[in-house]
Design a protein around this ligand. Structure first.
Ligand code: ATP
Length: 252
């Protein structure tokens, strides 16, 4: 099966800034692919080029069989993009929000079915602005699924969520993957990438500096002789206290 995302020698410059400096990579159908990197590494620029939202200077990119530069609107039909919940229209219920996005594609969808997939069907009648942060993130994933995308792009999907909501969203991403959808995500949480991603690309200063499954990257680092001081304390502040003041009761 050909890769679902194929990128070759992609470059993008903003004036003096070379945001993307000739990157090449493939994403296989059905994998969760993570793009990691410090602020300003070029991740958003790359992702927005693949989504057909931004023009590259040179290079080539195919997503779901479509040449992104020749047919950006064809790409948009085949992908799902998770918008920040702040971009939702106000005064719509969760169900109406899903219907609104489906209407943008001229589609009639089973809104409740989509809400059920993200465990929000019981909130279908609630105004979206009254949902919790985690619920709004799940709603934004439901809206990104209205067109049954072949590739789902998630941009920092768990930022701002509490630990339970983060894990819940990880479960949702894994179930979307099991359904056969390829997931392309960016994240600053390395634990998240380790749990979710089949492969990650690490970007720095416009270049991909490593690309492999997380376990392999860790194994390679250890094979290079990397060791980390093990923070195993042999004593605590309580031990210090008892050593200096003794164990005896001094109530008398
Ligand atoms: P972050 O993790 O902070 O989102 P990023 O890896 O997504 O960062 P980009 O947003 O792609 O990085 O930015 C890459 C570089 O390009 C940065 O130096 C940024 O300042 C610059 N840049 C991004 N968009 C523009 C723009 N529209 N005009 C000028 N420079 C831009």
């Amino acid at each position: 099966m050909p890769p679902i995302v194929q990128v070759a020698d992609l470059r993008k410059r903003y004036g003096e800034i070379e945001a993307v400096r000739g990157i090449s990579f493939d994403v296989q159908q059905g994998e969760v692919f993570g793009m990691l990197g410090p602020n300003g590494a070029g991740k958003t620029t790359t992702v927005e080029i693949l989504e057909g939202l931004r023009k590259a200077d040179t290079g080539s990119a195919r997503v779901a069989g479509v040449d992104v530069f020749a047919d950006p609107s064809g790409v948009k039909q085949r992908i799902g993009v998770q918008l920040q919940a702040s971009a939702f229209p106000e005064h719509l219920t969760a169900r109406e929000t899903v219907d609104f996005f489906a209407a943008c594609y001229d589609l009639d969808v089973d809104a409740i079915g989509l809400l059920r997939a993200v465990e929000l069907d019981e909130r279908a009648g609630q105004l979206q602005e009254r949902l919790s942060g985690g619920q709004r993130q799940r709603l934004s994933i439901a809206t990104a699924l209205v067109n049954s995308p072949q590739v789902l792009f998630l941009d920092e999907p768990t930022t701002g969520l509490d630990p339970q909501a983060r894990r819940n969203l990880w479960g949702l991403i894994q179930s979307i993957r099991r359904g056969g959808t390829t997931v392309f995500l960016t994240t600053h949480y390395l634990d998240e990438a380790e749990v979710l991603c089949d492969r990650v690309a690490i970007m720095d200063q416009g270049r991909i500096v490593a690309m492999d499954p997380p376990r392999k990257l860790i194994g390679d680092l250890l094979a290079r002789g990397f060791t980390k001081p093990v923070a195993q304390q042999q004593a605590s502040l309580e031990d210090v206290f008892l050593d200096l003041t003794g164990h005896e009761l001094r109530e008398a």
